[in-house]
Ligand binder design. Structure first.
Ligand SMILES: NC(=O)c1ccc[n+]([C@@H]2O[C@H](COP(=O)([O-])OP(=O)(O)OC[C@H]3O[C@@H](n4cnc5c(N)ncnc54)[C@H](O)[C@@H]3O)[C@@H](O)[C@H]2O)c1
Length: 379
């Protein structure tokens, strides 16, 4: 067994999701690398220490530059807000570290391109945490599409709805609400929520040629969490776009944080000439499937409980019929990343795949401003 020494930056929501994955992966997946939680890095020493103790990290750093400079770290995991992804990734690549980076890869496609160039020049294994690809039901959708079960695809439809910023008193900036500060987030729901929908879509249905987008900022000013001063809001609160895929299919996408009652409703639907599929994050272990080739008397929507040994990733877990959850998608991602290192076949989504999503989000924001259809630039 070789060791894989991990240094993680950020101890928030994703810091916990990633740490859980690092801890569990060797228990469930046969790998030739043992993950070692070597160091946790955050700016607040006491909080980082508490996080390190909870998850079993051996040591603590309060400056990510010191973490990257350490010889005993093989892999840098970036679980910090979007505005620091590029700076950290560029330094980590220069130091020859493997890099896992949270999404969106950069603040915009230009920044993401510098990150792609850096990891490709340094030849370091790299991956972006678009974890939804590795929810077994979503992976099963990919298998069905690759097997040709849907035939020619006509429509792709996706939405990601939340409701947590409707109150105008919710501040922008600061530790809990950095997503509302454009200087930290890069954009609003386009780069945050739609980015997930786009990554899944590019994976399942191929490249997007052009988009027509619209965005809205419903609350124009919000107090800053650190100063209390009201400032103009620069993010998009809601974003919707039409798209034409390279395969000729038409698509609609929508994301918002103003859909009262919805906390994380991510749903996609694909309609092909022979069959359709629907997946819903709130029912993540099921895939809805309709196949027109079934004989008429039994034709109808079937709800596949994706929990059998034949289903992606499920053999690694419990006995058939018992389902797994959100956190397991991160375990799968670490397992595939390590298998990629061991086989020399990089597991996707790589930084280059992350750039592909950012090129689409750039085009949406450009179209929302110009009022015109915009082509998606090539990376
Ligand atoms: N894959 C997903 O489904 C998913 C879900 C949520 C968030 N994200 C992404 O993960 C990243 C982090 O989001 P989160 O929800 O975990 O945020 P969070 O606010 O919960 O945690 C962010 C962490 O980064 C730390 N941090 C901030 N600046 C830092 C710096 N300069 N140096 C060291 N640490 C720093 C903060 O102290 C905090 O520990 C973002 O890029 C976000 O878009 C992805």
């Amino acid at each position: 067994m070789k060791s894989l020494n991990v240094g993680i930056i950020g101890y928030g929501f994703m810091g916990r999701a990633h740490s859980n994955a690092f801890r569990r992966v060797n228990n469930f997946f046969p790998l030739n690398h043992q993950v070692i939680l070597k160091a946790a890095c955050g700016r607040d020493a006491a909080r980082t220490r508490a996080f390190a103790d909870t998850w079993g990290y051996e040591s603590v750093e309060t400056d990510w530059k010191r973490l990257i400079a350490r010889d005993d770290i093989d892999l840098i995991d970036i679980a910090a807000p979007n505005n620091v992804h590029a700076e950290i990734a560029l330094a980590a690549a220069r130091a020859g570290k493997m890099i896992l980076c949270e999404k969106p890869l950069g603040m915009n496609a230009a920044e993401s391109l510098t990150m792609v160039k850096a990891v490709e020049k340094a030849k370091v294994p790299n991956m972006v945490w678009y974890n939804y690809r590795r929810i077994p039901a979503v992976t099963l959708a990919k298998q069905l599409i690759d097997e040709g079960k849907l035939g020619k695809v006509f429509h792709y439809r996706a939405k990601f709805l939340q409701d947590w910023t409707i109150n105008a008193d919710v501040p922008q900036g600061g530790p809990g609400t950095w997503r509302l500060d454009v200087k930290v987030a890069g954009s609003g729901v386009t780069g945050d929520l739609l980015a997930h929908c786009i990554d899944t879509a590019l994976w399942l249905n191929g490249g997007i040629a052009s988009v027509s987008g619209m965005t809205e900022t419903f609350v124009k000013e919000r107090p800053h969490a650190l100063t209390g001063r009201k400032q103009k809001v620069g993010i998009d609160d809601a974003s919707a776009f039409l798209a034409r895929f390279n395969n000729g299919s038409l698509a609609t996408f929508e994301a918002t944080r103003y859909a009262r009652g919805h906390k994380a409703l991510y749903v996609f639907e694909i309609n092909g000439e022979h069959a359709s599929i629907v997946w819903d994050l709130h029912d993540l272990h099921r895939l809805q499937y309709f196949d027109h080739r079934d004989t008429g008397n039994v034709r109808g929507w079937r709800s596949i409980h994706v929990s059998d040994g034949d289903h992606p990733y499920m053999k690694a877990w419990w006995v058939p019929g018992l389902q797994i959850g959100y956190e397991h998608s991160f375990v799968h991602q670490v397992a595939d990343f390590i298998q990629g290192i061991e086989t020399g076949k990089s597991a996707a989504p790589t930084f280059r795949d992350g750039l592909a999503t950012d090129l689409v989000t750039d085009a949406i924001l450009k179209s929302a401003k110009s009022g015109r259809w915009e082509k998606v630039r090539k990376g």
